[in-house]
Each structure stands twice: as structure tokens, then as C-alpha cells.
Design a protein around this ligand. Structure first.
Ligand SMILES: [Zn+2]
Length: 53
């Protein structure tokens, strides 16, 4: 019984979407992280939402 290394390994954020948890939402961007412990990315997403000029 061997687990072959797979080139098609499922990667969070690639094979499927991150489980996004928003930490901070501001007018200059959103800080969020992925709730999946095996992933655990932290992302600063600059100004994805513009409701004001
Ligand atoms: Zn993730």
C-alpha cells in the first residue's frame, strides 16, 4: 500500500476555494484568513470593494 505523490494534489485555493474568514474590513482592503487548519493562509486583499469614491 503506497500513496503515490500526486501532481493533482488538491490544494486549498486552487482545487477548491479557501474557507474565507474575514478578520478586518476597511476602506483600503480586507484582511482574511482561511479557516482550514491544513491551509491557514492569511491574505490582505487591497480594496476589492469600492462603494465610495
Ligand atoms: Zn485555504
Amino acid at each position: 500500500m503506497e500513496n503515490e505523490p500526486s501532481a493533482n494534489e488538491e490544494v486549498c485555493g486552487e482545487a477548491y476555494d479557501h474557507d474565507v474568514v474575514i478578520d478586518h474590513e476597511g476602506k483600503h482592503g480586507i484582511q482574511w484568513h482561511c479557516a482550514r487548519p491544513e491551509c491557514g493562509v492569511e491574505v490582505w486583499d487591497p480594496a476589492p470593494i469600492t462603494t465610495e469614491q
